[in-house]
Design a protein around this ligand. Structure first.
Ligand SMILES: C[S@@+](CC[C@H](N)C(=O)[O-])C[C@H]1O[C@@H](n2cnc3c(N)ncnc32)[C@H](O)[C@@H]1O
Length: 401
């Protein structure tokens, strides 16, 4: 039967344990190394994922990028099945754009450039597709879009959304450099930017035109959610729409989470999710600037989560004072140059120690874990340190000196 012939081709693949497959898939996608033309393939307990054939995708390069991955990844060449053209979103998008360029009678030489500059990645929340800020923004696309009718433009956005299995379309713009980190996502097609989705079994809701969602922090949300916080009181100083707050309340088993947040649009999402996940009994929202809300929580917490980039340093001292007199955990996020990570870790530890001493907390302060979450820019990483502050009668003499 000719119709059922399976198309297989030899590919470079990355292989890992089946249960780590989703994590590897996301990482390869983030680094533009995922080849969606081929279906991921399971063999027993392993998953093989095809890699893009680009020059940059050498085994050495991939190993470097995946160095912080806490599980084993193997590289091989093997036959993989092609994703049928009709379901591969990249090919559907190319076709939709090509058809629109022809229907709109765009000159072939410009069409060629526009096709080349089609979006290569996007994110999908609910039925809303979010394109990167570079999408349809190069000179040729800008010229074409300036000169077509509103009706044609609407058709393009609708076709693009539908080719990517969505019904609404938006384009990212840089996060505003404001305290509230306002989203500047522009809605291209659809009536509003409210999205609802599930992340590791937790329901989230937010308006993407007003609030940012850091999809790149997926591994960190998973990690924080899998730390046991049974019976603990937790303070989340930068709660947003609940990226970590909800995971700590639902998956880590925290007894109570105090969620501090300044942006009213984020609070709308957070309160929606608290109701939706039925967490009213174990989350309290503290609206406003955490410089004012954290002092109301002094002495109450077993753990403080400080998830602001590039740095949360302005609340470190408050966080120390929020911990109970016997101490607890701090999760400190920061953007740090790759080469300076070790130095930063020690500086952070000693700064926290000085702050603790200034506040009459006689604690041993140790960095128990350093998590490299993702690359923020070519040489800068988003890093999280888990810091344990424990009351001890025996203070390390070297540190007291
Ligand atoms: C980076 S977002 C949170 C993101 C989330 N933790 C993550 O990593 O995906 C930072 C949040 O902190 C809030 N924020 C910033 N400064 C604040 C302040 N001084 N007081 C309370 N919330 C603040 C912002 O409104 C924003 O929702």
């Amino acid at each position: 039967m000719a119709g059922s012939l399976i198309q297989e081709e030899i590919c470079n693949v990355a292989i890992c344990d089946l249960e780590k497959g989703e994590q590897l898939y996301i990482l390869l996608e983030q680094h533009s190394m995922l080849n969606t033309e081929f279906k991921p393939q399971t063999t027993g307990t392993e998953l093989a994922i095809a890699l893009t054939p680009s020059q940059r995708t050498t085994e050495h390069h991939i190993k470097q990028l995946l160095a912080p991955v806490p599980f084993e990844v193997r590289f091989e060449r093997r036959f993989m099945q092609r994703t049928p053209a009709s379901v591969d979103p990249h090919r559907r998008l190319t076709k939709a754009i090509q058809a629109w360029l022809v229907d709109t009678k765009i000159e072939p030489s410009i069409s060629e450039i526009c096709r080349e500059h089609r979006p290569k990645k996007w994110e999908k929340y609910d039925d809303l597709i979010i394109l990167p800020e570079t999408a349809f923004a190069n000179e040729s696309w800008a010229g074409v879009l300036r000169n077509v009718s509103l009706e044609d433009k609407t058709l393009l956005w609708k076709d693009v959304a539908e080719s990517l299995y969505g019904t609404r379309l938006a384009r990212q713009h840089p996060i505003a450099n404001t305290v509230q980190r306002d989203s500047q996502t522009e809605l291209l097609h659809g009536k509003d930017g409210w999205v609802e989705f599930t992340d590791h079994g937790v329901q989230f809701g937010l308006d993407v035109t007003r609030v940012m969602f850091s999809s790149g922090n997926v591994t960190e949300r998973r990690r924080i959610g899998s730390i046991s916080m049974e019976g603990e009181t937790v303070v989340d100083a930068y709660a947003g729409v609940g990226y970590y707050t909800l995971h700590m309340a639902m998956r880590s088993g925290a007894k109570h989470v105090h969620a501090c947040e300044i942006n009213p649009h984020s609070i709308t999402g957070l309160e929606w999710a608290i109701r939706e996940n039925q967490l009213e009994h174990c989350i309290t929202v503290h609206p406003g600037d955490n410089q004012l809300t954290l002092p109301t929580l002094y002495g109450k917490a077993d753990r403080c989560h400080l998830g602001l980039l590039p740095s949360s340093k302005t609340v470190w001292e408050h966080a120390i004072r929020c911990l109970k007199p016997e101490g607890g955990w701090l999760h400190v996020h920061m953007n740090v140059a790759e080469q300076a990570i070790d130095e930063w870790v020690e500086q952070t530890r000693s700064t926290l120690e000085e702050m603790a001493q200034r506040n009459a907390r006689q604690w041993n302060i140790e960095v128990e874990h350093v998590e490299k979450v993702k690359w923020y820019s070519p040489h800068v990483r988003h890093v999280v340190v888990d810091v344990l502050c424990s009351k001890s009668s025996i203070i390390d003499e070297n540190r007291v000196k």
